[in-house]
Design a protein around this ligand. Structure first.
Ligand code: HEM
Length: 454
């Protein structure tokens, strides 16, 4: 079967741009400001006298940053400044002992046996969406797949690890998170240039309003769960019952609200984007779509997917991985140097911003054959085993690796299998969405696809 080809939708500048042009492109889409050399070399610095930042794409150097010498490369104040207004000092943004305590506390719901128990809820969320599509009858219709996948993955989180978020709150949370992220590149650019947090930019007031609204929804949710007499066994219940290992004090209310926001946000936006881009690719590679449908049919027929069936769908898994290679839902990670370091022959002074551009690592000319080509067979077990762990890293790597990676893979498989059992996805032949980095990888102009219920 001939793998489908995809034209790259981002044409990188041939050379690093002067600061003003760099910023202009960065605001529109940070991925557009990254020069061609980053797709070809192991480390590229930006900045004339003193590097403002370094893009690192070499797997061995990434391993040095995230594992071997990770204490020299902590998370950045940029991450914190940009994300703290919505996710506070929860697991994603905190460091040190507080991070260790929160990570340990949050881990049990992500253990293998717990994860398998969520599969029916994951499949049910997809079935509900299919039922809504069937209200259109059997005729094909166009719909925004990005919005649909955001609803489905939000429902999954709100029914598994964080129970009890109602539809009205859910809608407000999705709306405010999106409104917060729309102007985020301004804030990232201001932070990169070390402008103070009070620095005004377009969209700043909207970001503040959205963050305030989001925080007050979180506080209300925590207060409600505290009043609940049958607290359940989800992540909120665990946090409400938790005691600090040193002081024996309960987890502060604010920290619980921070983690509620963290898991609601990190737990649905990314998986929604993984499914959105996968369906886009499958709509343009109908042969692969048929191949997946026949694998799913041979394993489960038209019955609902079960946890047993998930491991028996290797082609679905390969397609999801290849889609996340081409369109990583979290396209960029950052770290900072704590002192002068030498990396790939370049000397980087203290406080240099280290950018790990996952989007580019996954399309690097020196790492992948024909990197823009969609070819799920790159993830056949014998080939996948040869890649260093930091060459394909949609979930990051090292001690801060995504806590929800297995949850996300299970969820994406259950949802994709259920959708493909029940509908065909077709491309309109026109819309080639540009992947835009807004913390997650958004399709510019949304993802209108034609759905043909089966
Ligand atoms: C396809 C889906 C997902 C992708 C691509 C993804 C990607 C990532 C990445 C790249 C990081 C590392 C950030 C860094 O080191 O700077 C991360 C961290 C994190 N992710 Fe995910 N994620 C996904 C799904 C999820 C889900 C489903 C959850 C929760 C239910 C989740 C919760 C988190 C949290 C809490 C962290 C911070 C972990 C820590 O610092 O200890 N993610 N994710």
């Amino acid at each position: 079967m001939a793998p489908a080809l995809y034209p790259p939708t981002i044409v990188p500048p041939a050379r690093p741009l002067p600061l003003l042009s760099f910023l202009r492109r960065f605001i529109r889409n940070p991925l557009r400001a990254i020069p061609q050399s980053v797709y070809e070399e192991p480390v590229v610095t930006y900045g004339k006298k003193r590097p403002l930042l370094a893009w690192v794409t070499d797997p061995a150097l990434i391993e040095t940053i995230l594992v071997k010498n990770s204490e020299q490369f902590p998370k950045t104040s940029l991450d914190r400044r940009v994300l703290t207004p919505i996710v506070g000092n929860g697991l994603l943004t905190t460091e040190g002992d507080s991070w260790r305590w929160q990570r340990k506390l949050a881990s049990p719901p992500f253990r293998h046996t717990e994860l398998l128990s969520y599969v029916p809820a994951m499949a049910e969320a997809a079935v509900e969406r299919v039922r809504q599509w069937r209200d259109h009858g059997r005729a094909p219709f166009a719909t925004d797949i990005e919005a649909a996948m955001t609803d489905v993955t939000f429902n999954v989180v709100a029914r598994t690890i964080l129970a009890g978020v109602r539809t009205a709150e859910g809608d407000a949370i999705k709306r405010t998170s999106r409104a917060y992220l729309d102007p985020i590149s301004w804030e990232v650019a201001a932070s990169m240039l070390r402008y103070p947090e009070t620095y005004w930019h377009p969209g700043k007031a909207r970001m503040r309003r959205s963050a305030t609204e989001l925080r007050s929804i979180m506080r209300a949710l925590v207060a409600e769960r505290r009043r609940d007499t049958s607290p359940g066994n989800d992540l909120i219940a665990r946090m409400l019952a938790a005691k600090d290992p040193e002081t024996g004090e309960p987890m502060p209310e604010e920290m619980i609200a921070d983690n509620l926001a963290t898991f609601l946000f990190a737990g649905h936006e990314t998986t929604a984007k993984a499914l959105t881009w996968t369906l886009y690719i499958l709509s343009r590679a109908p042969d692969w779509q048929d191949r997946l449908r026949s694998e799913i049919s041979s394993v489960i027929g038209d019955r609902p997917i079960t946890s047993d069936a998930i491991g028996k769908l290797p082609t679905v898994s390969r397609v999801l991985k290849e889609a996340m290679r081409l369109y990583p839902p979290a396209p960029v990670m950052t770290r900072i140097t704590t002192g002068e370091v030498s990396l790939g022959g370049k000397t980087l002074p203290k406080s240099t911003l280290i950018v790990l551009p996952i989007f580019i690592i996954h399309r690097h000319r020196a790492l992948w054959d024909d990197p823009n080509r969609f070819d799920p067979d790159r993830f056949l077990p014998e080939r996948e085993a040869r890649y260093p762990r930091t060459q394909f890293m949609p979930f990051g790597y090292g001690q801060r690796i995504c806590i929800g990676s297995s949850f996300a893979m299970l969820e994406a498989t259950a949802i994709l299998a259920t959708l493909l059992q029940n509908a065909r996805f077709e491309w309109d032949g026109k819309h080639v969405p540009e992947p835009v980095s807004r913390v997650t990888l958004r399709p510019k102009g949304g993802m209108p696809l034609i759905v043909r219920p089966l």
